[in-house]
Write a protein that binds this ligand. Structure first.
Ligand code: EPZ
Length: 400
């Protein structure tokens, strides 16, 4: 598997916290990463991209800003807010605006920075944050769990004076991976990966080298590919521990999952039965695997109830799956999927990154040809997905 996009993005932003070079390995060459690298360059950092590493050197931050043109293509650009305020005492970051899967405001990021003493105001579509005398550590509790919110406040806190306690923090593996990088850079952090993170601010951070964790969402997508095609597939270079909730649900559905080695998983599936799924924050069932699992449940015997608790509008793929013959009824944040319904290939449109993955999986299970439009969504977060699938027997090709 490739390195995790959702770990690589905050790791790249974290490079802004030091004037020394940081070398990151297993950075996936996907579109969102290219956007983040462009953004770092815009702030004045030097970014060198080699085959097996990316090196960032933010010796001087000439422009502590994330312009609208970049932020509008990738909302995770707001991850530079915390590092820029902490390192240079000010930041100007475009507000991300709406997204296909939900409103996705960043109010909690801003509340966290204000708690650390930044003055935050909104002007002309931009957030202006200032802390001319530096940030001050403080306890902060997230009203609701936010992954990039936790990462943003954590990156601000490492250079703040005194102690910061982040309560109701996100426990995603990507947060723990970011903390591992920051600790290698000289930060004092305890409790990353739990709901309470303690940070002792330090004067400055230094350069280091770090390998990004494997992408659990990519690995999960391939596990579902193995199940939906009734195949026998081994997923290598993954971390089974990061996929417990999915493994549990696939096993309940009747798939057989084993771990041939500590960093690989094998899935075999014949007849599948329906199971109910409710998305939750980690270690619950990941919302980024909901669309893929819905495609699978169209091929499982019985009725499954899928409840999406994280984003308010993350069922766009259901309508496209229905165009392929799936029987799905939507009711607010719940989808009722009846299976097994034979899928037939059709022309469909991808609305977001994970929706496009679910359409590829449905296409693998459908009779005839499926043509997916707007696949640029999939390139945002999957490295060479068609080559990887072809490598395990899929008939898939990219049409210019
Ligand atoms: C991260 O997004 C991931 N992105 C998302 O993956 C993932 O779906 C999401 O976490 C949940 O797991 C990255 O890591 C780059 P949140 P993030 O803040 O941090 C609300 C993918 O497919 N909220 O945890 O933006 C928010 O609207 C992407 O790879 C506020 O109200 O998600 C949502 O309903 C898609 N105010 C909920 O909290 C805030 O300030 C959780 O969002 C922040 C969030």
């Amino acid at each position: 598997m490739s390195g995790a996009k959702n770990s690589a993005l905050p790791a790249l932003a974290a490079c802004l916290l030091t004037s020394e070079p940081v070398t990151l390995r297993r950075i996936p060459p996907v579109r969102d990463i290219a956007t983040m690298q462009k953004l770092l360059g815009h702030t004045g950092a030097k970014v060198a991209v080699a085959d097996d590493y990316v090196q960032v050197e933010a010796a001087k931050l000439k422009r502590p800003e994330a312009p609208y043109d970049l932020v509008k293509t990738m909302r995770a650009s707001s991850l530079v807010l915390g590092p820029l305020v902490a390192r240079s005492g000010r930041a100007r970051v475009s507000l991300p605006g709406g997204c296909a899967i939900g409103a996705r405001p960043i109010n909690l990021h801003l509340a966290g920075l204000e708690r650390l003493g930044a003055e935050v105001r909104q002007e002309h579509g931009y957030i202006e944050a200032d802390a001319p005398n530096g940030l001050q550590g403080a306890p902060f509790t997230f009203d609701r769990i936010s992954v990039t919110g936790t990462e943003d406040v954590l990156m601000a806190a490492v250079l703040a004076r005194g102690e910061t306690i982040i309560n109701n923090a996100a426990r995603e593996p990507e947060v723990a991976d970011l903390a591992a990088l920051l600790i290698k850079m000289g930060a004092a952090i305890e409790g990353a990966g739990t709901s309470t993170i303690r940070v002792q601010g330090v004067e400055k951070l230094h350069g280091t080298e770090h390998s990004i964790i494997p992408d659990r969402i990519e690995a999960g997508t391939f596990l579902v590919a193995g199940a939906i095609t009734r195949g026998d597939l081994v997923i290598q270079n993954c971390m089974p521990d990061h996929l417990r909730a999915l493994i549990e649900k696939l096993t309940q559905a009747g798939a057989r999952i084993t771990a041939p080695s500590p960093d690989s998983l094998r899935i075999r599936a014949k007849k599948l039965k329906s199971v109910d799924v409710k998305t939750e924050e980690h270690p619950g069932f990941a919302t980024d695997l909901q669309a893929q699992f819905m495609a699978l449940m169209t091929q499982a015997e019985g009725i499954s109830l899928i409840t999406e608790t994280i984003f308010e509008n993350r069922f766009m793929h259901a309508l496209e799956l229905a165009r392929m013959g799936a029987n799905i009824r939507l009711d607010g944040r719940q989808a009722i999927v009846a299976g097994v319904t034979p899928l037939s290939g059709a022309q469909v449109i991808a609305s977001d990154l994970r929706a496009s993955a679910s359409l590829v999986l449905a296409g693998l299970a459908a009779s005839g040809e499926t043509v997916i439009d707007r696949v640029y969504h999939i390139d945002r977060g999957y490295e060479k997905i068609e080559a990887k699938l072809k490598g395990v027997g899929a008939r898939i090709r990219r049409v210019k």
